[in-house]
Write a protein that binds this ligand. Structure first.
Ligand code: C2O
Ligand code: CU
Ligand code: CU
Length: 538
């Protein structure tokens, strides 16, 4: 039975019989494992999203107008055009080029149809008695006022708009904007609602990193397709993680990029719902990571492979100068779910895109990879006024299937418990009780990773079972030796991988703005099913 036939059956009464049982789970997984239409790799050139221009001025600052709509776009030359959602008629949306010190306004206009493109699970929080088509845009990594942050409940329906102010008073960094509507973020983003926001500054310009046509964003996502080219997202019941079989970069299935034998700078975004990528170059060559979510590192970090979770970004430089004439594949070997799941299929999800070093050098490569990039002063742990232990948990049904994920045992609607004081630093210890790595993202702030340490999950859980509450501190449960963040986690970050069986410590300065923000797991299926909590700077 192929995926489509199965799902047709599962959608009918036969499906209801299986629903919620272990049998249905494995059948669904089997069906999902059957492929989207086979699409030849490296047929289409990598597109680069266009840059959007302001439409005028508003209160002295540039004003942009960005319209969400439904349209069709060719995602692979052998695939019928796909109906997607996007911004200004493009998936991914157009790139906003912003400059530190120049604030901007964006009028986000919802021009979507009344009917959702994908099947909604009305049992999830926020999706029970609300309109199907709702949007609210969040600037991921942005340091903005709460009313402009895209609070998940601040959604608006077709025919409406919201105008948000972005101060751009923060470090130059690869930000991105994407939908954040409560309970349907995974569907809105999967339909195409994401785009880039490159925040730059003049300090970065002086470094002479590869720029212009030698600086290219790579937004990596996975999707399922039906034979008619339409997007497929599994209908309810809720899938704990969406792992699709076809990889897209900048909205193209397995694209290629022709390059010159010289240095390039790639701004990599993991824009997938749930899939992690552990990437290498098939040429075996090393590359340099120069920055992460919060901007440039103090110095380039030489890597042979790089792991990137949903929501994370990596700024890398690849030197093709010694690889003239070669075809180099960017590969992926991250298991899904990460880290204990199925291995990537070398023929499909194990490949991301291809670099063809087939262009003549158009001029001397005078870009540089300076040994010193941008200072990052480490926050002293002792400045933290508060240490919070926050658990990452999974709730299972009787058959052992996950039914929801929780932060600190609380749901979205529970009263706010994290209330950092304005102007203070806090340490958050993410205590992962599950078997998966969760990429934990905080709005408003850029933070630093302090390190990780294994702990005794079983006895921590036993305390909880016996007492109904978490242990007052994770300290007595810590085992083994603490590990420092890896060299490419030493910059400012807004998303951190919290691994199973470990306590991950971060330190965050809560500055400038008071009010309600959110923190959540950036696996969008988790975020949509309770793994998101409001927090309030007071
Ligand atoms: Cu990229 Cu709250 O998200
Ligand atoms: Cu965010
Ligand atoms: Cu998660």
């Amino acid at each position: 039975m192929d995926r489509r036939t199965f799902l047709k059956v599962a959608g009918g009464t036969a499906g209801a019989l299986f629903m919620g049982t272990a049998l249905s789970k494995s059948l669904i997984q089997q069906a999902l494992a059957s492929p989207s239409p086979a699409l030849a790799r490296y047929q289409d050139p990598l597109p680069v999203p266009g840059v959007v221009s302001p439409v005028g001025k508003y209160r002295g600052a540039d004003l942009y107008e960005i319209r969400m709509s439904q349209f069709t776009q060719q995602l692979h030359s052998q695939l019928a055009p796909t109906t997607v959602w996007g911004y200004n008629g493009s998936y991914p949306g157009p790139t906003i080029e912003a400059k530190v010190g120049n604030s901007i306004w964006v009028k986000w206009i919802n021009d979507l149809p009344q009917e959702h493109l994908l099947p909604i699970d009305h049992n999830l929080h926020g999706a029970m008695d609300t309109p199907d088509v709702r949007t609210v845009v969040h600037l991921h990594g942005g340091h903005v006022l709460p009313e402009n942050d895209g609070f998940p409940e601040a959604w608006f329906t077709p025919g409406n708009s919201a105008t948000f102010f972005y101060p751009n008073k923060q470090r130059a960094a690869p930000l991105w904007y994407h939908d954040h509507s409560l309970g349907i973020t995974r569907l809105n983003v999967y339909a195409g609602l994401a785009g880039l926001y490159m925040l730059r500054d003049s300090i970065e310009d002086t470094l002479r990193l590869p720029g212009g046509k030698y600086e290219i964003p790579l937004v990596i996502q996975d999707r399922f397709f039906n034979d008619d080219g339409s997007l497929f997202y599994p209908p309810p019941p809720w899938e704990p993680e969406l792992f699709a079989d076809t990889i897209l970069v900048n909205g193209k299935v397995w694209p290629f990029l022709s390059v010159e034998p010289r240095k390039y700078r790639f701004r990599i975004y993991n824009g997938s719902n749930a899939r992690f990528y552990n990437m290498k170059l098939s040429s075996g060559q090393p590359f340099f990571q120069i920055g992460g979510e919060g901007g440039l590192f103090p110095a380039p970090v030489k890597l042979n492979e790089i792991l990137i979770a949903p929501g994370e970004r990596a700024d890398i430089v690849i030197d093709f100068s010694k690889h003239k004439g070669q075809e180099i594949i960017l590969t992926n070997d991250a298991p899904a779910p990460f880290p204990m799941g199925d291995p990537a299929d070398p023929e499909t999800t194990g490949q991301i895109m291809q670099f063809r070093v087939n262009l003549p050098l158009s001029g001397f490569d005078n870009s540089s990879l300076p040994p010193v990039l941008r200072s990052v002063s480490r926050i002293n742990e002792k400045t933290a006024v508060k240490v919070r232990d926050l658990t990452l948990e999974e709730r299972l049904d009787k058959e052992g299937n996950p039914i929801m994920l929780l932060l600190n045992g609380s749901t979205w609607d529970d009263p706010i418990t994290e209330k950092p004081k304005l102007g203070t630093n806090e340490i958050w210890r993410l205590v992962n009780l599950t078997v998966d790595t969760h990429p934990i993202h905080l709005h408003l702030v850029m933070f630093q990773v302090l390190g990780r340490q294994p702990f005794n999950v079983a006895s921590y859980k036993a305390f909880k079972e016996a007492n109904g509450v978490n242990p007052p501190s994770v300290d007595p449960y810590l085992t083994g030796t603490p590990s420092a963040p890896s060299p490419n986690e030493m910059g400012w970050k807004d998303t951190v991988r919290a691994n199973p069986g470990e306590v991950t410590r971060i330190i965050a300065p809560f500055t400038d703005f008071r009010g309600k923000y959110v923190w959540h797991c950036h696996i969008l299926e988790h975020e949509d099913n309770e793994m998101m909590r409001p927090y309030e700077v007071v």
